[in-house]
Design a protein around this ligand. Structure first.
Ligand SMILES: NC(=O)c1ccc[n+]([C@@H]2O[C@H](COP(=O)([O-])OP(=O)(O)OC[C@H]3O[C@@H](n4cnc5c(N)ncnc54)[C@H](O)[C@@H]3O)[C@@H](O)[C@H]2O)c1
Length: 284
């Protein structure tokens, strides 16, 4: 026996995860499956023109399905763009129809873009805000009726330390992630009488493809033509307070599992920072 007591904690529950083809979303999917949940995972699985690094592929999504099924759980997967309300509602309704309910929603899909306010164009602004903020709206909107009906639900949206602070060249991303927190708090009010909690996690730097790509590396080290992982570790660590450049996706998953647990039933409208102490710099 490798799992601890309580490993079937989410048996009978169905979790929907957006942006689950890789990275943090995949980590959440596998962890929830390991604890008994069936999983529905969607992802755009195609690049966006203003995002300077590749997004996930259909093969990535298939690998998440394989990993969830290897845990002995059912997995529904589809290519869905979270900016499309009708498509997200259709996917969540399919999850309820095929897997039996929708109990946990992880609004995780997101993109990171960098641009100066002097030159940012409409597409850069829109693709970031539409994915990171409107995409959380579509996900909460799609899941809410199911959770109300079931009188139980856990919604968790992924914000960022940039949703509680700021840096240069990241206005669209920061605005979208600050927006996620306002959205979460408001929806927490609306669903408080329905047995549904609504919270956000604000990660620091997380070791995924969103972080480890040439565009971001070159912004962190403009003095180098081809910065390596070692070259950027120091600048990334300076965004944290603890001396680590990035945390692992599983550390975000640990906070997610807590927010989905019975022990967190009276935590709603909150933000958990998993950011190696970056939040120690915030005002409150
Ligand atoms: N990596 C970090 O340093 C970091 C820090 C703070 C917050 N975050 C947030 O964590 C979340 C997960 O990111 P990650 O680190 O796993 O990066 P990632 O790029 O590996 O994962 C994001 C996933 O979202 C998908 N996606 C993007 N646009 C989409 C759309 N319109 N519709 C559906 N799917 C879409 C991508 O294909 C990808 O699979 C994001 O919301 C991100 O903003 C990441």
């Amino acid at each position: 026996m490798t799992e601890s007591v309580g490993s079937e904690e989410f048996a009978g529950r169905v979790a929907v995860i957006t942006g689950g083809a890789r990275g943090q979303g995949r980590s959440h999917a596998v962890a929830l499956a390991r604890r008994g949940a069936d999983v529905a995972v969607c992802d755009r699985c195609a690049d966006l023109t203003t995002v300077g690094y590749p997004l996930a592929t259909p093969d990535d999504l298939a690998e998440t399905v394989r990993l969830v099924e290897a845990e002995g759980r059912r997995c529904l997967a589809a290519r869905v763009d979270v900016r499309d309300l009708e498509a997200v509602v259709g996917f969540v309704d399919d999850a309820a129809g095929e897997l039996g309910s929708v109990d946990i929603l992880v609004a995780n899909a997101g993109v990171s873009t960098m641009a100066s306010i002097d030159t940012m164009d409409m597409a850069q602004w829109s693709e970031t805000v539409d994915t990171n903020l409107t995409g959380v709206f579509t996900s909460l909107r799609a899941a809410a009726p199911h959770m109300r009906r079931g009188r139980w639900g856990r919604m968790v949206a992924i914000s960022s330390m940039m949703g509680r602070s700021a840096n240069p060249l990241i206005a669209a991303y920061a605005a979208s992630k600050w927006g996620v927190i306002g959205l979460v708090k408001s929806v927490a009010f609306e669903l408080a009488h329905a047995g549904v909690t609504v919270n956000a996690i604000a990660p620091g730097n997380v070791s995924t493809d969103m972080l480890h790509n040439e565009v971001l590396y070159r912004i962190m080290r403009p003095d180098l033509e081809h910065p390596t992982r070692d070259d950027v570790a120091g600048p990334f660590a300076s965004l944290h307070v603890q001396p680590v450049p990035w945390v692992e996706p599983e550390e975000i998953t640990a906070a997610l599992l807590f927010l989905c647990s019975e022990g967190a039933r009276h935590i709603t409208g909150s933000v958990i920072d998993v950011d190696a102490g970056a939040s120690a710099r915030f005002t409150a």
